[in-house]
Every structure is written in structure tokens, then in C-alpha cells.
Design a protein around this ligand. Sequence first.
Ligand code: NDP
Length: 461
Amino acid sequence: MSFDYDLFVIGGGSGGVRAARIAAGEYGAKVGLAEESRMGGTCVIRGCVPKKLMIFASQAGLMAEEMRGYGWSDAQAGAFDWEVFREKLDAELTRLELIYRAGLQRAGVEMHDQRAILADHHTVELADGTRKTARHILIATGGRPARIGIPGEELAMVSDDLFLMDKLPRRALLVGGGFIACEFATILAGLGVDTVQAYRGDAVLRGFDREARDLATLQLSQVGVDLRLGLTPTRLERQGEEVEASFDDGSSDRFDAVLFATGRDPYTRGLGLENTEVRLKPNGAIEVDDWSQTSVPSIFAVGDVTDRVNLTPVAIREGHSFVDTVFGGRARKVDHSIVASAVYLRPHELATVGLTEEEARARGPVDVYSTVFRPMRSMFAGSDAKVMMKLLVDPETDKVLGCHIFGPEAGEMIQLAAIPIGMGATKAQFDATIAVHPTAAEELVTMRNPSRRHERLTAPA
Ligand code: NDP
């Protein structure tokens, strides 16, 4: 049977673009790709990239404060001009989108700037009614922000909307305590917005190492976020120009803007999956095996739509591995067990790889090497901000099971720590590495004695 394409990719985000580009450019496959919005997807257009630029923009106040501590007595951040920033941001995102398009074009991928849905196991239907057949179909449609199902929630923004605001709100409510809520609370407070963050738990960033979470929770308050723990909104109502939020403790408050950062759902709705036998997980994500293959042999899926590890570099690796396996004759699986990540807070980021202390304890005995200290740079300027460096070590094998860093540029540090940890390095190998002095990261190779030892919680089976 002949097909219009060897591969048709639905979704022009990180995973889809990588798969399309490598299949066509390196392996000579005939590839079509459909994207209903801007090429580049969540990460480039409404996620990691604009977010990180906003993080940079938001740190002027902290930098000025630190410099005053170094004797620049008049250092001030001055006024932030959102319009100037937004114009530059728009231009930058357009530049990046064009780079993505050019890469696809160079590789010979046929781009369809419209929505595509599945018509059967080898056919997609484009929004203009055209049908295209393909030997393989890759679903890479990503995720969409989730709301929490309260009355009036249509009055709230989601993270996609933040980069499009005409002006900054004076007073904002952020709902949630995950990656997005914490990063945006940091950003908005840094840009001078009166920022309230309501989170239902007792420490933000559930799922991360508890000691690091406590430091992140404290830091949010220290940078001026009015962090209200154990609190969830139950209703939103418009009151003139403002939105009134009622909370589950009976309190209420008014804001110019409310933002839900309460997780993301896999984007499978309306995708024509009912025309196929592709199986879904209970949360609507596409079920795939280790090779990113769905229950239909000709249909594969990568990235957030599969809800494995929802991070850009993971989607890219999944897309690349799928193409290597199916088109390149090189079978490659993705190891999801050790994936580093960072939450871009200010002044200190939280970055992590491997097991948390809680996970390591549940697994077996663990030695915890942890140090919390005031780093040279900010301490000199009079700041109380604390850094944490932590290694979790299996006392039986000496293997480093996890590393958690709360500190300036922790994201940069964890990228490097992830290499030896992924290779199975031992604590002795960390210790054999001579320190780079004076740095904060040198603590990772100079912690001699465990700060605590946990015995096995339960007897081995
Ligand atoms: P997260 O899953 O990280 O956090 C969701 C937050 O919303 C949690 O604090 C959760 O609380 C809370 N929540 C969920 N449902 C409700 C509810 N019904 N009522 C009240 N609170 C609720 O999602 P995000 O939206 O922050 O981010 C989505 C994903 O995007 C992340 O998981 C990550 O994969 C990715 N991302 C990665 C970034 C990075 O790498 N730096 C940056 C931004 C996003 P609880 O914890 O109690 O369940």
C-alpha cells in the first residue's frame, strides 16, 4: 500500500519538531507535520523560553539590593516597562519560531499550518477537509492548562495568557504550589506586582525533596510573595474591574488578575481518537510502551500527551528515539528513571536529580550528606538567603542516589551533577574530585560526614 507520507506528525512542539526534522533530514523519510498554533509549541511560545526571560527581567530589584550591600549605595532597579519588555519578547519568540520553521523546511518536512485529527490508523484529516495518509503517525500534541472546577473560574487566566497581557496587574492571585505557580509568583513579585499565592498544601513543590521545599517556601515569602498555605479558592466573581476570590477558610480578597497554575492535562480532546483503537490512561493521556508505540502499531506518541515525565528535553529525547528506532534502524528507548529538573525561583533556584530523601528512605537505608549555609556572595551583601547542597548515598553500595541543590544557578549545577549520577557514580568518586574554589558547588565534593543516617524502614522481603 502506498501512503502520502512515511510519517505524519500532529503537533509542532519540542517532541514533534525533533521527530519530523530527524526523520526527514537524517533518514530521508517523507514527512508531513500539522500545527494549529505557532511552531515551537508550549516550551518556545508560551512556556520555558518566555518564562525564563521573565525570570531574568524580574531580578533587577534583588540585584540592586545586593549591589547596595557591596557599596553601590544608590543602586536602584527603577521602573519596569512591561510594554518595552513585551515588544522585545514578541520579537524574540518570532525569531525562534522562524528558526524552527527554517529547520523543518531545510529537512524537507511539509508543514501544514492547521489542525489535524486522526481519521483512521493511517489517515489524518486536516481542518480544511484534506486527508493525508501515512505509514506512521506521531501524536505530539502536548498538554493544556487545567482549571479546578469552581464557579467563576473563566475569570481566571492560565499560564498561556501571561505572556500576552497588555499591562501588568497591580495585584494578582496565583493558585497552586507547583512549578508554574512558584515561578510566576517569583516573577510577578519581582516585577513589582502585589502577589498573593494560595496553595492548598503546607509547603510548595510537592514531590520535591522536603528540605528543599521548605527552603523554597520560605524564600517565596522573603521575596515579597504573600504566600497563603492551606488555602484554595472556592469561587470567583467579577466586581467592577476586579475579581473577588472566596476561599475555603471563609475569607475573600480582590485582585486585578487571577491565575490558575493547577497542573496541565494531556491534549487529546477532539483529536479523533475515537476513530482509532488507541488506548488512553484514566487521565486522558495516551498509553504507550517503552518505544512510544500506542496500542495501534502504526501510531506513536511522545511528550506531555503521554504524561510520562512532562519536560521539554524528555519530549525531545522521546521524539528522537522513536525516529531512530523506526526510521534509523537503531533501536533506542528513553530511560525516564534519572531526569534532572530545575524550578527557576529567585534568588535561589531549586534543582534536583534522582531520589528525594523521602523516596530514598522508602527504598532502604540511606546516608544523607546535607549542608545549609549562607553563600559568600549574598552573605557579604547582608542577605540571610540560604543555600542547600544535598547528596543521598546508599551505604551498602556507596552509590549516589540523588542530589538536591537550592541555590543561585542551581539549574546549571544540576545539569553537571546529573552526568556522574546517571553513570552510577559513588560518593567516593565525588570525594576524589578536587574542589573548584571558591564556589558553592564545591560542597558537592567536600561533604565528608553524613549529617544523618536512616536505617532501613522495613525489613527486606
Ligand atoms: P504542577 O503539577 O507542578 O502543580 C500543580 C499545582 O496545582 C500543585 O501545587 C497542586 O497541588 C495544585 N492543584 C492541583 N489541583 C488543584 C485543585 N483542584 N485545587 C487546588 N490546587 C490544585 O503543575 P504546573 O501547572 O505548575 O506545571 C505543569 C507542568 O509543567 C509541570 O508538572 C512541569 O512538568 C511543567 N513545567 C516545568 C517547568 C520547569 O521545568 N522549570 C516550569 C513550568 C512547568 P498539590 O501539589 O497539592 O497536588
